[in-house]
Structures are given as structure tokens and as C-alpha cells.
Write a protein that binds this ligand. Structure first.
Ligand SMILES: [Zn+2]
Length: 274
């Protein structure tokens, strides 16, 4: 699917040279070329000021786990100046390739670079000047948002996980939305991340009331399931602080991701008996 973008350029790049998406994704391409578990999809393309871009998608098919596979979407880089989540997805897929059993029973859809122009430029906004994470389900003309909305609509995810970085926080925290059980997934995920980074225990984070690093409120227009979808999937946003060393931020995010999959799998396994 190709969608034309508005031509207006507002955002100013903060970098002299563009970050390379191709070299970032090279390890995943290599895995996808040889592995039966990982499928790369490069069909979601769009144009920005005459240049061609794509919303890279990777599907990791875990070993069969009995029932219908559990569909979870993992998203990063919707804010182009938050590369931690982007790198964490690359790391996580490499980990899954080495230990596919971690994904038993799952179809995992990964969207590592949701804002490709922002990632290249090192800007929060896309090159059209928009904060893409305020544009969802509001008739947005932004091609990245429209492509992601099409994915959210067609994949019927049972869970969504978004990775972010907060440069105003010294600790790891998260947002829990959607299904009621989200709270029982995010709590162990934050505990797992805490082995690598401190938790943000403040009562107010980013202007929202928080408890043990968990926020229940939300901004309007963030990446989430289509408004009419029932039942709601679990929706988790993980926020790593910006200042710690790269490897710790990635370890914390990867540990949290692993934990969410593990905990949700347990829930699904017990659910029929409830
Ligand atoms: Zn962000």
C-alpha cells in the first residue's frame, strides 16, 4: 500500500547525517533470510517529499502452543528521537531466534521503526512536523499513521506493546490501558526491568497519577486498538529513562517484553478453567 504524504516540511533535523534504517535492520534481514521463524514484510511503503519509505514489519512465528496462536503487536520508534525501543526490538528478535521457545504459542508482529523519517533525523516528530503518537483514530492524513491503523485493524491483536523513552524521568515506568488484566501483566514486567534500571516510583509522572510506576490514564490519539474493538486487547506502554547506558536500557526493555509474553501465556492457559 502506498500513501502520499503532505509535502510541507516543518521538523528540523537535529542530526547532520541521517541515521541509517537499513543498517539498523540488517541483522533482522539476515535472520529473516535464513530462519523459518521470522518473516520480513516490506510492502507497506509511502513517500515523503519524493523519497520512498517503508513501515518495516517482521512477523515472528513461535513454536505451536496448542490453541490458536496469540497475536501481539510490538511497536517502537514512533517518536524518532527514542532509539532505545528500536534497538530493543532488534535485540529481542535476535533473542527469540536463539530461543524460539520464548515465543511458544505466539504470532508476534514487530514494527521497529514506526516513524522512519523521525528516526533518520533524530526528531520526535516525523518530517511532516507531526507527533504521530497524537494522530491515531482522528482521520489523520499522516501515511505512517494510516499504515499502522490498517495493521491494527486487520491483525486483531490481543495485545499491544509500545516502547518509548522519557528524558524527564530517572526511572523505568509504564502505562496500562485496555483489558483489565493489563495491570497483572505490567506489574511483573516492571519488576523484571527493575533488575537493570530503577523504577520511577513518583506519585505523579509526566503529569499523570502513578502507582508503583504504573499510569492508567492516557493522551488522546496515541497508538492503540481501533476504538470499536471489543474485547479490548491489553495495551502496555513501556518507558525507559534516557540517561542510563544503552545496554541497560535495552536489557530492561527486553526483560519486560519477555515477562509480558510469559505472563499472558499463563493467563491464556488458565483462562479456559476459570
Ligand atoms: Zn515517546
Amino acid at each position: 500500500m502506498t500513501i502520499a504524504a503532505p509535502l510541507k516540511t516543518v521538523a528540523k533535523p537535529t542530526r547532520k547525517t541521517r541515521r541509517s534504517i537499513a543498517s539498523l535492520l540488517a541483522p533482522l534481514e539476515k535472520i529473516a533470510a535464513n530462519s523459518p521463524n521470522l518473516v520480513a514484510n516490506h510492502d507497506a511503503t509511502f513517500e515523503v517529499n519524493g523519497e520512498s519509505y517503508e513501515l518495516a514489519r517482521y512477523l515472528f512465528v513461535g513454536p505451536r502452543g496448542g490453541d490458536t496462536p496469540i497475536r501481539v503487536g510490538v511497536f517502537a520508534g514512533i517518536h524518532g528521537d527514542e532509539p532505545e525501543g528500536v534497538h530493543a526490538i532488534v535485540q529481542f528478535i535476535q533473542l527469540l531466534e536463539a530461543h524460539p521457545e520464548l515465543a511458544t504459542g505466539y504470532y508476534l508482529s514487530f514494527y521497529p521503526v514506526c516513524n522512519p523519517t523521525g528516526f533518520e533525523d533524530g526528531t520526535r516528530h516525523s518530517r511532516s512536523g507531526k507527533d504521530l503518537n497524537r494522530e491515531f483514530w482522528r482521520n489523520s492524513a499522516e501515511p505512517e499513521v494510516r499504515l499502522l491503523q490498517a495493521e491494527l485493524q486487520s491483525r486483531s491483536f490481543q495485545g499491544l506493546i509500545s516502547l518509548h523513552t522519557d528524558d524527564t524521568s530517572d526511572g523505568f515506568y509504564g502505562f496500562a490501558h485496555g483489558a483489565t488484566l493489563t495491570k497483572s501483566l505490567i506489574a511483573p514486567a516492571l519488576a523484571a526491568a527493575e533488575k537493570f534500571l530503577p523504577r520511577d516510583g513518583r506519585p505523579v509522572i509526566d503529569g499523570f497519577a502513578a502507582r508503583n510506576g504504573i499510569i492508567r490514564q492516557s493522551y488522546e490519539g496515541i497508538l492503540n486498538a481501533p476504538p470499536k474493538v471489543r474485547p479490548r486487547p491489553f495495551e502496555i506502554i513501556l518507558e525507559t529513562p534516557a540517561t542510563p547506558p544503552e545496554y541497560l536500557k535495552e536489557l530492561a526493555l527486553v526483560a519486560a517484553l519477555q515477562t509480558i509474553l510469559l505472563e499472558y501465556h499463563k493467563f491464556i492457559a488458565y483462562a479456559p478453567n476459570l
